[in-house]
Design a protein around this ligand. Structure first.
Ligand SMILES: *Cc1c(COP(=O)(O)O)cnc(C)c1O
Length: 434
């Protein structure tokens, strides 16, 4: 299948190229040229299929033209080495728990899938040439990408992070891994890390010496597989007679996760409507109200993985609905919550139901609690484990949050990192010396 750019100023390209390049050369985002539709019968019996069976069928709809079925099935099953269960929080409100992967957040799904897709293409080309993934992180992306690519042959990952500016829990998730993961501790801020990565991609000498790629969340291999769990959640709810009039609420930052849900809907998944739940970063919310998109500087909140002032996947949503504000607002509504409301929601939910939300999931839960109409069933995406935001959650609910064993195991590891100045010449010399 061919992939086009949302800016349409560059020729269509192959799946492999779209994955390796990440961003189109006209700075648009890649979109598949067609989105296959499933027949009604598929949904009539979907509750008899397992998560793996469903995910393999969805993957085939996207990637079946490019990757033989057996290889694709292996990539899917290897990616989904953990479940994404649907859990009842209170009558008619369900949590889709996406935090059972290695770094306890939903980004594990996309990162693991992308690593295996890249590996497939490297093997296919038989060149044996190592691919180097450069990723700048302010915390969460680095851990998902590092763990997603851990132990994948033929790929080396360099995680650049700002010294002293990520939490100890986050830092240990990418500095203790070793093997094909190198953590680079930059004496600077996140923007310096991003600048070093961007400069490396633009440096011809470096690009001739080594194959460089990014594992940004806009990559088609990271965002499309996120549709798997929407189909599976529908199947699990259908099995208990709760799939009619389904409202799906997605805590959103860059809007990749919700866009994957919109793709699932376009493929025929019977979701009645979506809610995009935001923290104080209300750019999309404002767009829904007035039809004008005005990016802003991001605001820091306690749901910090959603602190985005110019959501990159907005371009994909616009493309999907031909720019029609009317079509978009008839399917998607929005909410925006202050830190105070997010904290209150975590406390209320814990007191009333015993369920511990993380600050991101709390936005989703609250939107459903406020916005669900009679007869509707609500499903919110619980995008991270509350222990990843231990202090914030504990002070909100007034009770201790236990750290799950996999997270605790990271904290027992030995930190290894390469110190780096924020000068590009130093980073360049380091890469050239490898
Ligand atoms: C990345 C992230 C989000 C936002 O997801 P988008 O796809 O960028 O909208 C929400 N919650 C958590 C915990 C995240 O890590």
């Amino acid at each position: 299948m061919k992939y086009y750019s949302t800016n349409r100023q560059t020729p269509e390209t192959s799946l492999e190229n779209a994955i390796v390049k990440g961003l189109a050369s006209d700075r648009g985002l890649f979109m598949p040229e067609k989105i296959n539709h499933f027949p009604k019968e598929f949904f009539d019996t979907i509750d008899r299929l397992s998560f793996h069976e469903i995910a393999c069928k969805v993957a085939e709809a996207f990637f079946g033209e490019d990757i033989p079925k057996q290889d694709l099935d292996n990539i899917v099953c290897d990616t989904l080495s953990f479940d994404c269960p649907v859990v009842e929080v209170k009558p008619d409100i369900y949590s889709l728990e996406l935090f059972h992967g290695p770094t306890l957040a939903f980004k594990d799904v996309g990162a693991r899938f992308m690593a295996r897709m890249l590996q497939y293409f490297i093997r296919q080309n038989g060149a044996g040439k190592e691919v180097n993934v450069l990723v700048a992180t302010s915390g969460d992306t680095g851990s998902a990408v590092a763990n997603g690519f851990l132990g994948v042959n033929g790929i080396h990952v360099y995680v650049l992070y700002p010294k002293g500016k990520v939490s100890p829990i986050q830092e240990c998730q990418f500095t203790t891994l070793g093997r094909n993961i190198t953590a680079i501790e930059v004496d600077g801020v996140f923007d310096d890390c991003q600048r070093l990565v961007k400069s490396a991609f633009m440096d011809n000498g470096l690009c001739e010496k080594m194959t460089l790629t990014s594992a940004n969340s806009i990559n088609v291999a990271r965002f499309l597989p996120q549709s798997f769990y929407y189909f599976n959640a529908y199947a699990r709810l259908k099995a208990i007679g709760k799939a009619d009039k389904l409202v799906v609420c997605v805590p959103s930052g860059n809007f990749g996760n919700i866009t994957a849900g919109l793709f699932a809907h376009r493929m025929g998944l019977p979701i009645k409507r979506f809610i995009a739940a935001n923290n104080a970063n209300d750019i999309f919310y404002n767009y829904l109200q007035c039809g004008v998109y005005t990016p802003k500087a991001s605001i820091q909140t306690i749901a910090n993985a959603m602190d985005v002032g110019d959501p990159s996947n907005f371009a994909r949503i616009i493309d999907l609905y031909g720019g029609s504000h009317e079509k978009i607002t008839s399917l998607i509504s929005g909410t925006t919550y202050s830190d105070k409301l997010i904290s209150e929601t975590m406390r209320e939910c814990f007191e009333q139901t015993g369920y511990t939300l993380d600050p991101h999931g709390a936005c989703g839960y609250r939107a459903l609690k406020e916005g669900l109409q009679p007869g509707e069933t609500g499903l919110f995406l619980e995008t991270a484990h509350p222990a990843k935001f231990k202090d914030t959650v504990e002070s909100a609910i007034g009770s201790e949050v236990t750290i799950p064993a996999p997270l605790a195991a990271f904290m027992d590891g030995t930190k290894q990192s390469v110190p780096m100045s924020s000068d590009f010449s130093d980073f360049r010399a380091y890469l050239m010396s490898i």
